[in-house]
Design a binder for this molecule. Structure first.
Ligand code: SF4
Length: 332
């Protein structure tokens, strides 16, 4: 019997209205997330990667219920959010936390570190102030800061230290799933590796599963077991990091990988270029939404959207060339 995933999303959708007032109809809709399905196993690190505006941050916010979906389903340990009552949703929220991208704006400048870290704990559990402070001190030390830092304000810390505080805050309620939304992109390159290594250590110590969101494929490849490549709200490729790194199959994924310096001579990535800018998500291209930028596009690509199918074991691709259409042997 297959194990129930910790998290599963099915055909998830999020549309945002554009223009119009409270009484008038929106002028248009932006499909930020457009029929996304995947699952995350307990203990897994799952990477979501794509250019800015591809919908990955919206997807992360849907998962932790900072925003509500327009369609589709989210299940936590097999239970649909929609079927849960308010108390059950509160409990599930405790089991999932988010680390935000910007360590400068994500911490309230008027609160001391003690209050920042224990804020999620206060929301879900009645616990004495002393015990809360002890828990915060322990966490602060675990993320590489000192207990005396509890009485300081965010402006007294560097960017890397603030992100450590953000991580301690996320871990305070002992979550099982952490959504990390570009957790290192606002940091100096020299600090990024420290935070990534810290997150890997914490994953083992706290039995965590991660959804790691990034525009940087090299970071995601380093930390994640599986990778999903997103473009205009949909998943184009989903595979283990190993299979993906060795031979990405979607032209967009290959173009992304080409942008990463490649020290590994084993990699079989043929050069692929992207020919246009990212299309307007309000009026996405017909068929395969990547076709205006794809050097391999052929007539059928402009008409029908390719489904995400398993092309080799556990490696899923949404591209007609990988599904026996077009010029045979073009993408190998
Ligand atoms: Fe390119 Fe067509 Fe594949 Fe889309 S379906 S990525 S346009 S070859």
């Amino acid at each position: 019997m297959s194990e129930t995933p910790l998290l599963a999303v099915h055909d998830l959708e999020k549309r945002f209205p554009l223009g119009g007032g409270s009484l008038s109809k929106p002028r248009a809709w932006v499909r930020a997330v457009d029929g996304v399905s995947f699952s995350v196993k307990r203990g897994e690190s799952f990477g979501l990667v794509g250019e800015s505006g591809c919908g990955k941050t919206t997807l992360g916010q849907l998962i932790v219920r900072l925003i509500d979906p327009t369609g589709g389903r989210i299940e936590f340990e097999g239970q649909d959010y929609a079927s849960m009552n308010r108390a059950e949703i509160r409990l599930v929220r405790k089991r999932m936390q988010i680390i935000f991208q910007d360590p400068y704006s994500s911490l309230d400048p008027r609160m001391k570190v003690d209050s920042i870290i224990t804020e999620p704990l206060r929301a879900v559990q009645r616990i004495s102030k002393t015990k809360r402070r002890d828990a915060a001190a322990e966490l602060l030390e675990r993320v590489g800061l000192r207990a005396v830092d509890l009485d300081k304000y965010p402006h007294e810390f560097s960017g890397g230290q603030r992100q450590r505080i953000g991580i301690a805050r996320a871990l305070c309620v002992r979550p099982e799933l952490v959504v990390a939304d570009e957790p290192v992109s606002a940091l100096d390159v020299s600090i990024q590796a420290q935070i990534i290594n810290l997150m890997q250590d914490l994953k083992d110590d706290f039995d965590l599963s991660y959804i790691f969101i990034s525009h940087d494929l090299s970071v995601v490849e380093h930390i994640c077991d599986r990778i999903a490549v997103m473009y205009l709200g949909t998943i184009f490729e989903l595979a283990s990091s190993e299979s993906f790194s060795l031979a990405p199959r979607h032209p967009y994924a290959r173009a992304l990988l080409m942008a990463v310096p490649q020290p590994d001579p084993q990699r079989r990535v043929k050069p692929v270029s992207m020919e246009e800018d990212v299309p307007n998500p309000v009026d996405p291209p017909s068929g395969c939404t990547f076709h205006p930028r794809c050097q391999f596009a052929f007539d059928h690509c402009r008409v029908e959207r390719p489904p995400l199918v398993e092309t080799i074991p556990s490696h899923y691709v949404a591209c007609w060339l990988n599904q026996g259409r077009g010029i045979e042997g073009e993408i190998k």
